[in-house]
Structure formats: structure tokens, C-alpha cells
Ligand binder design. Structure first.
Ligand code: SF4
Length: 425
């Protein structure tokens, strides 16, 4: 049997300052806990990878170090985590050198030494959080850096030898004009060398954030939806004209430089998340770590090999075996994982129907859409018949189209993707 692919996500929940729009699990006042936190993460990594069968049944293809701001903590900690992973994965068939290994860095928290350490630790992809080239917009959303600091980070990254770099931008920000978006794009596209990947996210005003409060108090105005859509289409057209392939709603890449880590998630491949609030997806079970650093460190006081083993034992059974005994096993699985709930929060235990729906939902995030032949290969069923009712409705509303082997969003569907996804929840 062919090994399955597995991604590893490492969450570093520390930031220098909390941005006004941020509702991620990140903390700006817990630097004194970094050492203890990293030790706890090492225990969690050990819990997974001392299981020999687990290592033998997966090919690890990507590692993604996200946050928070991974570049905020001493790079020695990142090096230690990478060394531990490399040691653990030595017997795995995938070579460290062949993996896509990404770290998120924020300007203002990174210097040449840190970048050199990342490079030595075999990290081969950077994701830089710029958001805008306009310094007053950056200030207004609570970012700590300036455009000039970004330019310095970018220059150093190239000097140190990183040739696969993503730049994050945002649209739909309060007081942002379409001219600001044009300027940001223009600056980024004209960098020498140009970034290989650009992500463009629309601001989502989340409850409880400083920005939500400011909007409520009329200190800031939420962006007009039509203007935000204009920005989106401007970004799409400009990046496509400049040689970036639009491959997912918010993501653009030069040829062959799509983010493998994210692509694997959209293809419903499995991953494990290490650290506070990190999510994992193994064998149709989605589970997450607790959301406070204190509780996480406490949970990881001992290596939880036995608990992890229970998840993994389930994971090593093949899909076909599972299909045969589907419903009976689902009950059994729920019972087994109850014991794991003391450490992990079980968010979803999928049966085969759930998996098929989710495969559609995730696949329709990609611009190429869901490949019908791949769906058949994975689930035997033909999605066209299986989801006839939903697809007919969406085609009639001109939100999706069926072109050859693909079911994909139309341009109208790109603007109203939430309506499309709702059909598969
Ligand atoms: S740097 Fe990122 S994770 Fe940290 S507070 Fe800002 S948006 Fe949130």
C-alpha cells in the first residue's frame, strides 16, 4: 500500500504586539513562557514520532511554522525544533531536503542572524507578513512595522539565499483606497527578485477585536462591500497579468510555486498540528489542542504517547477496511477517542459522507476546482451524480460550472463562494 502524505504544522503563539484586527491565538505578554512552551512542543513531537508504525506509514511532505510570529522568538528555539524533527524523521522515507519547509516572519522581528539560522535549519520558504506598503494604514491596523522595514527584511532574505518567498497583503482595510492597493501591488511586483507567491486576504472584522470596537464606536468605518470586491478583482487581474497563477481564492503563485502545505489541506490530505490551538486531521478525525499556553504546558508534562497511539492505531487502517465497517466503527471510534478528549478537543469524527462533502467544499476553494476523476479515484462515487441536486442548483445560479473533468467556481461564484460552500456543509 502506498504511503499517505502528511503535513506538520507548528504553532508559535507569541507576538510583539497584538494587531487591531487579530483574533488568532497569539499573545503579546507571555514572552517569559517561551522556553517552557518550546519544551512542551518537543514532548508533543516525541509523542507522535516515537511511534514507528506511524512514521512508516506516512510520507512527511511539508512543515509549516506559523503563528503568532515565529520570528519573534529567539531563532535558537526554531533550530531546536527543526533538529528534533529531523532526528525523528530520519527513518521516514521523505528526505528533509525534499520537503517544503515554511516559516512565517514579520518585519521588525527578524534580522540577518535569525534568517541565517532558519536557512541552516533547512527551512526553504519564507512567508512575510507585509499587509500594505502604506505606513499610515499599517499604523492604523496596529502593525509594528513600516514598509521600509519590510524592504530590509526582503533584501536580507534574498541575501541569505531564500528564493521562495510569499508576501501577505490585505484588502478591505478601513480607510484603504483602491489607489493604496494599486500602489502596494506595484511595489511588490516590482521587487527584484519578485516574490514567488503572493497571498491577498480580505479583512474580516472579528468580534472582540480592537478594530471591531473602533467600528462600533464610529472611530472607523467598515469598508463598503462593492469597493472591497473592486479591490479583489483589481488584484486578481493585475497579478495574473504579471505572471502569477491564481490557484486559490486568496493565493497567487509563479509557475510551480504554489504552497504545497496549503494545497494538501485543500486536497483533504492529513496533517498534525503541534502547539497551542493547533489542529490535526488524521483518519477522518479533526482534533485540536487547548487554547492557553499554561494549559498546554500542563497537558504536555508527560509524553502522551499512549493517547497519540490510539489516534494513530485508527489511522493505520485503510480506507477500504473502514468503508466496509463504516457505521459500526464510527461508534467504536467515538468511544475510543473519548479517552483522548482529556488532552485534545475532538472537533469532528467524519464518516464517509462527511468526507465526500468536505472534499467538495475544500476543492471548490481551488480555482481549478474539484477534479471529477480524482474524486472517483478516492471515493469510487461520481460527484456529478452524488451531488446532482446541489450542483444543478449552483449551475442554475451561475455560481459554478462543470468544464470537462472539473467542477469549479465561476467569476460570480468567486464573489459569492460562501453560498457555494454552504451546500456542502
Ligand atoms: S502579527 Fe499576526 S498573529 Fe500576531 S497579532 Fe498581528 S495578525 Fe495576529
Amino acid at each position: 500500500m502506498e504511503n499517505k502524505e502528511l503535513g506538520i504544522y507548528i504553532h508559535i503563539p507569541f507576538c510583539q504586539h497584538k494587531c487591531d484586527y487579530c483574533d488568532f491565538i497569539s499573545f503579546s505578554n507571555k514572552q517569559n513562557m517561551v522556553k517552557g512552551y518550546v519544551e512542551a512542543m518537543k514532548k508533543e513531537i516525541n509523542s507522535y514520532f516515537q511511534n514507528k508504525d506511524f512514521l512508516d506509514s506516512y510520507n512527511i511532505t511539508t512543515i509549516y511554522i506559523g503563528g503568532g510570529t515565529p520570528s519573534f522568538i529567539d531563532s535558537q528555539y526554531i533550530v531546536e525544533i527543526m533538529e528534533l524533527l529531523e532526528m525523528k524523521l530520519i527513518r521516514n522515507q521523505t528526505k528533509f531536503e525534499d520537503m517544503e519547509i515554511t516559516i512565517e516572519v514579520n518585519p521588525g522581528t527578524v534580522n540577518q542572524k535569525k534568517l541565517e539560522d532558519y536557512k541552516k535549519a533547512k527551512i526553504n520558504r519564507l512567508s512575510i507578513g507585509l499587509q500594505s506598503t502604506n505606513n499610515s494604514i499599517l499604523k492604523e491596523i496596529g502593525r509594528i512595522h513600516s514598509f521600509e522595514q519590510f524592504l530590509e527584511t526582503y533584501r536580507l532574505a534574498n541575501q541569505v539565499g531564500f528564493d521562495n518567498i510569499n508576501v501577505d497583503l490585505m484588502i478591505g482595510l478601513p480607510n484603504q483606497r483602491i489607489e493604496d492597493v494599486k500602489e502596494s501591488l506595484n511595489e511588490i511586483i516590482n521587487l527584484k527578485p519578485a516574490p514567488t507567491h503572493i497571498s491577498v486576504y480580505s479583512l474580516i472584522v472579528e468580534e472582540g477585536t480592537v478594530i471591531a470596537q473602533k467600528i462600533e464606536n464610529h472611530q472607523l468605518e467598515e469598508m463598503d462591500e462593492d469597493l472591497e470586491r473592486n479591490m479583489y478583482w483589481y488584484v486578481k487581474d493585475t497579478l495574473e497579468l504579471n505572471g502569477y497563477k491564481h490557484y486559490e481564492i486568496s493565493n497567487f503563485a509563479k509557475e510551480g510555486k504554489e504552497s504545497k502545505h496549503n494545497m494538501n489541506c485543500w486536497l483533504q490530505k492529513e496533517y498534525i498540528g503541534i502547539g497551542v490551538a493547533a489542529h490535526s486531521y488524521i483518519n477522518g478525525i479533526r482534533y485540536a489542542n487547548c487554547e492557553t499556553i499554561e494549559e498546554y504546558i500542563d497537558n504536555m508534562k508527560v509524553e502522551n504517547s499512549e493517547l497519540i497511539e490510539r489516534i494513530l492505531t485508527n489511522a493505520q487502517r485503510t480506507d477500504t477496511e473502514k468503508n466496509i465497517e463504516n457505521s459500526r466503527r464510527d461508534e467504536e471510534k467515538v468511544h475510543k477517542i473519548k479517552q483522548i478528549e482529556k488532552i485534545y478537543e475532538i472537533e469532528e469524527v467524519q464518516n464517509l459522507e462527511d468526507k465526500k462533502k468536505e472534499y467538495m467544499l475544500l476543492g471548490l476553494r481551488k480555482i481549478e476546482g474539484v477534479q471529477i476523476s480524482k474524486f472517483k479515484e478516492k471515493f469510487i462515487d461520481n460527484p456529478i451524480f452524488l451531488f446532482r441536486k446541489e450542483l444543478e442548483k449552483l449551475v442554475n445560479e451561475e455560481l459554478i460550472s462543470i468544464e470537462g473533468d472539473y467542477i469549479k467556481l465561476t467569476n460570480k461564484g468567486l464573489d459569492l463562494a460562501n453560498i457555494v460552500w454552504e451546500e456542502f456543509i
